[in-house]
Structure formats: structure tokens, C-alpha cells
Design a binder for this molecule. Structure first.
Ligand SMILES: CCCCCCCCCCCCCC(=O)SCCNC(=O)CCNC(=O)[C@H](O)C(C)(C)COP(=O)(O)OP(=O)(O)OC[C@H]1O[C@@H](n2cnc3c(N)ncnc32)[C@H](O)[C@@H]1OP(=O)(O)O
Length: 485
């Protein structure tokens, strides 16, 4: 998953923010519009506080055995995170301090990797959903159903992640959400919504999907948490902690105790900090919408020329991945990902789901060794390159409504060097009409992005693990082999 849409200066790195989270105005609740709703919102806030979501003193009872795992130099860790993220961690996290996550204080002291919470069984898990304030109820979103995926789409397209200046907002398509939420082993009860009882309006959402994640050599059944979203008019009322507790409960009921997630915000405690880089494909439009700016002493004509790409990929034999390639791609991908400290591990079925090309959702190309080659390599898949499609709405622009962005996904260089594979992906994306190609500085990307004319973005994306302590965190971006949508 990705969380920032930074502005890019083509030649001069820019600086600034990440996911905006508009604070609750205390105004009308969504789904209605009268002054009486201000009262409703105030009541909701009071009720959520009473439910122990960290709105009061120290939130709900901690289950962590040794929160934070020790008593090391919290200030040193905070300073390091502040430097990397350009965001000072808060002094107190009323909710996150109650959760089994590594805390800033003592983060460096862990003697061994392992769970933070005391071991539990499914029988220990609360059977009933966490209570919501009276006027709200839990629901499951069936994203196969056109009407329900539309509701999730609309909630996210109006309320999900924006850049700091509220110029762009992620606009995940319905087809993308169906893909992202339904990998092998997905569960509908992990697609959790909150509705206003009276109006049935969907006002909040959070999701979990299953994944095997390898952290410092230990392979764990986890979930990946994504699409946490609270309607703008219900912000800052401690609804997010209730949603996180509820999804945790539902996942724990399936005997899964660890999770991975990313966020633009700084929470206790990042396992790694990554940064987005952006490669202009359509620099004129990017400048017009304020995504990039014209570099000093550059004209528009020179900028367009600078970013012009060849019309066709350079790699011979590059072809779209086919579902029948999945076992070979899974083997290649897993052996490549094994070199990173935090990475996903894929079954062939998962590869088929995540990488088989889907129009305007995910593109994946492979290099197949020529049949004229040696008998041992003939027909082998040697390289993989993929990207997914995540447009953003351009907010308040008179002419442009959408920023068409391709995001680098899992890519394995083999017979072809990484820069050439990436350049080919950009050529293909440009020919399909994308405006920008985005990539994180994880895996081996850091070393190649600059030469490919990427500019560094202005926000960071933090990676987190829930209920799993790993020694030596935070890792560097090149230690990360996990890409969340
Ligand atoms: C084993 C299974 C475990 C499964 C669970 C694993 C954990 C999964 C964790 C979730 C992974 C999500 C991955 C993604 O999807 S990241 C994408 C998050 N979504 C957005 O940024 C969309 C726009 N923003 C919003 O919709 C709201 O601002 C959200 C919903 C983000 C917060 O709503 P609101 O602004 O109305 O706040 P509140 O009053 O209800 O709650 C305030 C508390 O929430 C903490 N907060 C704020 N932002 C985030 C955040 N992105 N991750 C985790 N916690 C966050 C905050 O520090 C504070 O806690 P504390 O500082 O007092 O302690």
C-alpha cells in the first residue's frame, strides 16, 4: 500500500508532507445535515472516549507483556526517526501505547525477535464485536457486489489519503479494490465497514488480507491492513482505534496474531522508513496541476525533451505475464525476496492473483529465455517487472481532474539489469498514457532511481509490524521487500 502523493521538482528535491488527516470539525455527521448533528458528533466523541480508545488518560487495558521490549534510549530512537521522517514522534500515543507494538522507549533493547503480546489462543479472544456509539453499526462489505464496492469506492474517493496541501487524493478504482481485497484466502468479515444506522451511509472502513511475511528470516502468517478510512466529518473522535481493535479481534479469531501495515504518519515504531520517488512521463501536465514545478533555468520545451522516452521497450522477449507463468514467477520472486529483511513470500496462486495483468489495475511483464538458448534455460522466466495503477483526483483544478499514476510493484532483475527493466516499464506506462511513474526506494531501487530521472518525493512511508519485535529496527529502505498497495 502507498500513502503519499508528493510534489516533485524535476531537478531539485522538494520537501514537505504526507497523508493529511483533516481534523474533525464537530460539524454535521455524514449522511445528514442539521445542527442537531453537531450534538450527535459530540455525543459520539464522548461515547468513543468511554469505550476506551485512548481518548482519555491511557486508553484500554494493555495486553503487551513488555511494551516496547525494554528500557533503552527512547530519545535516541525518536531522534533517528524524526531525522528520517522529518516528523517528530509525539510524546504520547494514547492508543498505540496500549498495543503490542514496539514503543520508542526501549526500542533498541530487544534481545530476540518474537511476539510482543503474551501467547493467546482463539479461545481467549473476545467473541462479541467492540461496541460502537449508538447511532453506528458494523457491516461487512461484499466487494463482489457492485453496489457495495461502489460504497467503499465513494467513501475512499472522497475521504482517503490526501497530500499535505490537499491538492491530490488517492482514487482507487472499483476494479482495483476488488483486486486488492480478494487475494487467495481473503475473508469478507475482514472487510469491515461502519454505517450510520439511520441513513445506512458507509462512514468508515478498514480491511485485512492474508499474507505470509518473512521478518528477519522468520516466516509468519500475517494480515496486511489497508484502507483505514474515517469520513472527514467523523475525524478525531477516536473511531480509528475502535476499528483497529475490531479488525484485530476478527483476525485473532482466525488464529493470526501478527500484521504488517504502512502509513504516512509516524507511530510507534517503524520497522523501516521508505521514500517515494517520481519519474515524470507527462511533465507538462504534472507542472500544470502543481505536482511538479519547472526547475530553475528550464523551459517547458527542454523539460519535455528531458523526460522523453523511447517508443518501445529495449528488452528482447519482454512479454505480458500469463497465468501459466505463475509457478515459475513465484519461484523467481521468492528466491529474490529472500535477500531482504522484511518481505512477502508468495504461493503460485498468490502470484497469479497479484501479478496476472488486469486492465488498468496491474501490469506485469516477464522475460522468457529464448528457445534458441541452451537446453537448460530455454523457456525459463528470467526477469519480472510489474506496476499497478493508482490514479489520484486532482482537487479543485479547472481543467485536469485526474493524475494517472503507475506505481512500481514487484520486480526481479535477472538476465536484464534493473535500470533497463524499470526503463522498459516506464516506456510501457508512458505509451499507455500514464502521467507519472512512482517507485519506493526499497529493494535495490535506491541505487538506480536518480539515473532514471526520478526526483525524490517529499514524504515518507513508514512500514510497521503488529505484535512482532525484530532486533535492529528501523531497517533501511533497501532491507524492505514488501510492497503494500
Ligand atoms: C493481528 C492483527 C492486527 C491487525 C491490526 C494491525 C494494526 C493496523 C493499524 C492500522 C493501519 C492502517 C493502514 C492504512 O490504511 S494507512 C491509511 C490511513 N488512512 C488515511 O490516512 C485516510 C485519511 N485519514 C483518515 O481516514 C483518518 O485520519 C484515520 C482513519 C487515518 C484516523 O482517524 P482520525 O484522524 O479520525 O483519528 P482518531 O481520533 O479516530 O484516532 C486517533 C488515533 O489513531 C491513530 N492513527 C492516525 N492515523 C493512523 C494510521 N494511519 N494508522 C494507524 N493509526 C493511526 C492516531 O495516532 C491516534 O492514536 P494515538 O496517537 O492516540 O495512539
Amino acid at each position: 500500500m502507498t500513502k503519499t502523493k508528493e510534489k516533485e521538482a524535476p531537478e531539485a528535491p522538494s520537501a514537505a508532507g504526507e497523508a493529511a488527516s483533516t481534523s474533525g470539525s464537530g460539524a454535521a455527521a455524514p449522511g445528514s445535515g442539521s445542527a442537531a448533528n453537531a450534538e450527535l458528533v459530540a455525543r459520539v466523541q464522548a461515547q468513543l472516549a468511554a469505550l476506551g480508545t485512548g481518548a482519555g488518560a491511557s486508553g484500554s487495558g494493555s495486553t503487551a507483556v513488555v511494551p516496547g521490549g525494554g528500557g533503552g534510549s527512547g530519545s535516541g530512537v525518536r531522534a533517528a526517526i524524526a531525522k528520517q521522517t522529518k516528523t517528530k514522534p509525539k510524546e504520547r500515543y494514547a492508543f498505540w501505547e496500549t498495543q503490542p507494538v514496539v514503543q520508542f522507549d526501549g526500542a533498541g533493547d530487544a534481545q530476540e525477535d518474537g511476539p510482543i503480546d503474551k501467547p493467546k489462543t482463539v479461545g481467549d479472544v473476545r467473541q462479541e464485536p467492540y461496541p460502537l456509539p449508538d447511532s453506528f453499526e458494523w457491516c461487512e462489505a461484499d466487494v463482489c457486489d457492485a453496489a457495495q464496492v461502489r460504497e467503499v469506492y465513494e467513501l475512499l474517493s472522497l475521504n482517503y489519503v490526501e497530500d499535505d496541501d490537499a491538492m491530490f487524493r488517492f482514487n482507487y478504482s472499483r476494479e482495483f479494490l476488488q483486486w486488492a481485497l480478494q487475494p487467495p484466502g481473503f475473508r469478507r468479515d475482514w472487510h469491515v465497514g461502519v454505517r450510520v444506522k439511520a441513513s445506512r451511509k458507509l462512514v468508515a472502513f478498514i480491511s485485512a488480507i492474508p499474507a505470509t511475511v518473512v521478518a528477519a528470516g522468520k516466516s509468519l502468517p500475517m494480515v496486511e491492513i489497508n484502507f483505514l478510512c474515517v469520513h472527514k466529518k467523523l475525524r478525531s473522535k477516536r473511531l480509528a482505534p475502535v476499528m483497529i481493535k475490531e479488525i484485530t479481534r476478527r483476525v485473532n479469531l482466525c488464529d493470526i496474531w501478527q500484521a504488517a501495515y504502512t502509513a504516512g504518519v509516524v507511530l510507534p515504531m517503524p520497522v523501516a522508513v521508505c521514500r517515494y520517488w517520481h519519474r515524470s512521463l507527462n511533465p507538462k501536465k504534472l507542472i500544470e496541476i502543481g505536482f511538479s514545478s519547472l526547475a530553475p533555468r528550464m523551459t517547458m520545451a527542454r523539460t519535455i525533451k528531458l523526460y522523453k522516452l523511447p517508443p518501445t521497450p529495449a528488452t528482447a522477449g519482454l512479454r505480458p505475464m500469463r497465468p501459466s507463468d505463475s509457478p515459475a514467477v513465484a519461484a523467481l520472486l521468492n528466491s529474490y525476496l529472500a535477500r531482504f529483511k522484511v518481505a512477502q513470500h508468495f504461493t503460485a496462486d498468490e502470484v497469479e492473483h497479484w501479478l496476472s495483468p488486469r486492465e488498468m489495475v496491474v501490469d506485469c511483464y516477464v522475460v522468457e529465455a529464448p528457445s534458441s538458448g541452451s537446453a537448460s534455460t530455454s523457456g525459463q522466466i528470467t526477469d519480472v517487472v510489474s506496476f499497478y495503477t493508482l490514479p489520484s483526483s486532482v482537487l479543485g483544478h479547472p481543467e485536469h481532474k485526474e493524475l494517472r499514476a503507475a506505481y512500481m510493484f514487484y520486480t526481479v532483475p535477472g538476465s536484464v539489469p534493473l535500470p533497463q527493466l524499470l526503463q522498459d516499464a516506464m516506456v510501457l506506462a508512458a505509451s499507455k498514457g500514464y502521467d507519472v511513474f512512482n517507485a519506493l526506494d526499497l529493494m535495490e531501487n535506491q541505487a538506480v532511481l536518480k539515473d532514471l530521472k526520478f526526483g525524490v518525493g517529499d514524504g515518507t512511508l513508514q512500514y510497521y509490524l503488529y505484535n512482532w519485535r525484530v532486533r535492529g529496527v528501523p531497517f533501511g529502505a533497501p532491507d524492505v521487500g514488501l510492497i503494500l498497495l
